[in-house]
Design a protein around this ligand. Structure first.
Ligand code: GN1
Ligand code: MG
Length: 384
C-alpha cells in the first residue's frame, strides 16, 4: 500500500510484518520480538516500535531512512555513530547512570557491524526505545529555556569530537547556495509563476537583503567564523523529556553536521517563536515572540557560552533573521519549481509559507534593537 502523507512529496510505504521481522533479525538486538507497530508522525523516515517479550530487555525503534533526502546513508550513520559514541563517553565519565535514556543507542547489524542494513534497496536502522519519555509539540518560555540549554549542551559536548563529520545534505544551510537555487529557478520559470506580481514583490524583498544575509558564508571564507558540529533540525519535538519535564536527550540526528552555530540557534527560534504555524495564511497574525527569544537565548548561552566566540554571540540577532529569510527563499524556490519538495495541500501553499516567513522576518527586524539590548545585558561585549 502506498501512503501519501506529510508535507514532503516523499513516498511512504507500510511494510508487511514478516519483512519487518526479518529486517529486525539482521541486527544484534536482545530479546524476542512480540510486536511491531507504526510509531509517531515523522514526515521523512518511516518509524516502527519493536516490542520485546522480556521485561528485562529493551524495546526498540526500527526506522527506514529516506535516502531521497539523505543520499549517503552510510555517511549519515557514520556521523551518528561518532556523535552518539562521543556523547556516551562523556556522560559515562561524568558518572551518568541511565545512559540509554540520555543518548540514543543504535544496534549494529550482525553481519557487517554497521549501524544499518540495506534490504531491497531501502536502508534500515534499529535503536533502543526510550520508555516513559515524551516529546512536545508546542513551547512556552520554560520549555524554550530547557531546549536552549539542551541544544547548547549538545554543541558543547561535541566541540571536541575527534573526527571530521560529513555533510549529510550538501550546502543544506548555505545561504549563497539557496539564493543561487532561487535565481536559477527564476531564470527557468518551469511553472510559469515568476510573472505574478506578488512573486515579483517577494523577489524584491529577498534581493534587498541578500548581501547582508550571506555574511556568514563570507565570514566563513575569511576564516573569522568557524563551523562546529550542529544538530541542524532544532525543533522542540526533536528532544525527549522525562515525566518531570527534564530534558533527557536530543533525537533525530540525521542532519548532524558541521555548520555555523547560527543554524541551531536560528532554526529553533524560526519554528518556536512564531506566534502561528509556518503555513498560517493570516499574515497579520505572524509575529515573533520576544518571550520565547529571551528564554531560549538564556538557556542556550548558559550551556554554550563556554565555547562560543564573541563573533558568534554578537551575530545571534542576525541568526534569528537568517532562518526565516532562508526558509522564505526555499519555499519560494519550491513554489516557482512547481511544488516538488514540500507537499502542498492547495496550489498556493508554498507561496503562503514563503509569505509567512517573510512576515516573520519583518517582525524580527522590528525587534532588532530590543534583541541587541537583551544580548548586551546578558553577555556584555567587553566581558567576552
Ligand atoms: C523540513 O521535515 P522537517 O520539518 O524536519 C526541512 C527543513 C525545513 C522544514 C520546513 C531535510 O524539515 O530544513 O526547515 O522542512 N528538512 C529538510 O518546514 O529539507
Ligand atoms: Mg526532522
Amino acid at each position: 500500500m502506498y501512503l501519501c502523507t506529510g508535507k514532503h512529496n516523499y513516498e511512504l510505504r507500510t511494510m508487511n510484518y514478516e519483512l519487518l521481522l526479518a529486517i529486525v533479525g539482521r541486527f544484534a538486538y536482545e530479546g524476542t520480538v512480540s510486536e511491531i507497530k507504526p510509531l509517531g508522525e515523522g514526515l521523512i523516515n518511516d518509524t516502527y516500535k519493536v516490542k520485546t517479550a522480556e521485561q528485562d530487555k529493551p524495546d526498540y525503534v526500527l526506522q527506514r531512512v529516506n535516502h531521497n533526502v539523505f543520499p549517503d546513508v552510510d555517511m549519515v550513520m557514520r556521523n551518528i555513530d561518532a556523535v552518539t559514541s562521543h556523547i556516551r563517553k562523556k556522560l559515562a565519565a561524568e558518572g551518568t547512570k541511565d545512559l540509554d535514556r540520555r543518548v540514543l543507542r543504535f544496534i549494529p547489524a550482525k553481519e557487517s557491524g554497521k549501524l544499518y542494513v540495506k534490504v531491497e534497496g531501502e536502508f534500515w536502522r534499529l535503536m533502543v526505545f526510550i520508555d516513559n519519555a515524551i516529546t512536545k509539540q508546542a513551547v512556552n518560555p520554560e520549555s524554550s529555556r530547557a531546549a536552549g540549554k539542551a541544544f547548547g549542551n549538545f554543541q558543547a559536548m561535541l566541540a571536541d569530537i575527534p573526527v571530521q563529520l560529513g555533510e549529510t545534505i550538501k550546502d543544506f544551510h548555505n545561504m549563497e547556495f539557496r539564493l543561487e537555487q532561487l535565481h536559477d529557478v527564476v531564470k527557468r520559470d518551469p511553472a510559469g509563476r515568476v510573472k505574478e506580481e506578488r512573486v515579483q514583490n517577494m523577489l524584491a524583498e529577498i534581493e534587498k537583503r541578500a548581501e547582508e544575509m550571506c555574511k556568514a558564508e563570507r565570514m566563513g571564507r575569511e576564516g573569522t567564523l568557524p563551523k562546529r558540529v550542529c544538530h541542524c533540525d532544532t525543533k522542540v519535538n526533536n528532544m525527549m523529556f522525562d515525566q518531570q519535564d527534564n530534558v533527557l536527550c536530543v533525537i533525530d540526528l540525521d542532519t548532524v553536521m558541521p555548520n555555523f552555530i547560527f543554524s541551531d540557534y536560528g532554526d529553533f527560534l524560526r519554528t518556536a517563536a512564531n506566534e502561528v504555524a509556518e503555513d498560517c495564511p493570516e499574515m497579520d497574525k505572524v509575529q515573533f515572540r520576544m518571550d520565547i527569544f529571551k528564554a531560549f537565548t538564556e538557556g542556550y548561552l548558559e550551556s554554550a557560552r563556554s565555547f562560543l566566540l564573541p563573533v558568534e554571540i554578537e551575530n545571534l540577532p542576525y541568526a534569528t533573521a537568517l532562518f526565516p529569510y532562508m526558509q522564505c527563499v526555499r519555499f519560494l524556490w519550491d513554489y516557482l519549481s512547481g511544488d516538488k519538495y514540500w507537499k502542498c495541500q492547495y496550489p498556493d501553499h508554498n507561496f503562503v509559507r514563503a509569505n509567512n516567513q517573510l512576515h516573520l522576518l519583518l517582525s524580527i527586524e522590528k525587534s532588532y534593537p530590543e534583541m541587541q539590548a537583551f544580548l548586551d545585558a546578558l553577555a556584555p561585549r567587553r566581558a567576552f
